[in-house]
Design a protein around this ligand. Sequence first.
Ligand SMILES: [Zn+2]
Ligand SMILES: [Zn+2]
Length: 262
Amino acid sequence: MWRPWASGLVDAVYPPACLLCGAPAWDDPLGPLCPACARRLPAPVARCRRCARPAPAAGGGPGCARCSGPLALRDALGLGGPRAALAGVVAGADYAGAARELVLVLKFAGRRGAARVLAEGLAEALRAAGTPGDLLVPVPLSARRQRERGFNQARLLAERLAVRLGLPLAPPRALQKRRHTPRQSALSPGRRRRAARGGWRADPARVAGRCVLLVDDVLTSGATARACARALRRAGAAAVVAAVACRAAYGRPAPHPAAGRV
Ligand SMILES: [Zn+2]
Ligand SMILES: [Zn+2]
């Protein structure tokens, strides 16, 4: 009983610093964020189920105009469609504004509380889209990157989603990255696709027959998500949907030099 009281007292004397601006903030399920930064969090928007770009809710189809046309972009991207390994993408926010700042403080300043805020938006988007899924699989880092960073931001997001959605979280060996690749943001789109190809291995004992929600922080070109989805499907997963905290605008380079999937 004394713990909540004691931590409340500590918060009153030394309020935690806002994740984004450092101002005093109250720690709550969505934080710590100061009121001004909390107001900057993006509101949920309707998105295309295949590519996760913002799309009008009306129209009834599962895809946006770009994903439903005769020469659909989804085929070029390999996102969605009956033949694609990746059945669709759900995103909590665009990779911009406060959502992008949260990703950056999570990955590069180690502010793990940011994962909580990002996961909240993603859980909301998954619920709103009615996305089926019975296993959360975070996109892994290579062993080397994991050592450098000390944590995997995708696993932090997936841990929080497991609590919020009541879904099981796959153990690290369910999907593994076999070799280290350079930071994706340092690569051209063509080299990024080649780097993402291969190098992933999924464990059939963990994923066969499951509807996998593949969790990651940012989806840019979708190359990593597609490569992971192929490995999961080869291991017998029934379906794979990418669940990402943020969706970067396709074709626009990530504005932060180190902001790509690493
Ligand atoms: Zn703030
Ligand atoms: Zn679309």
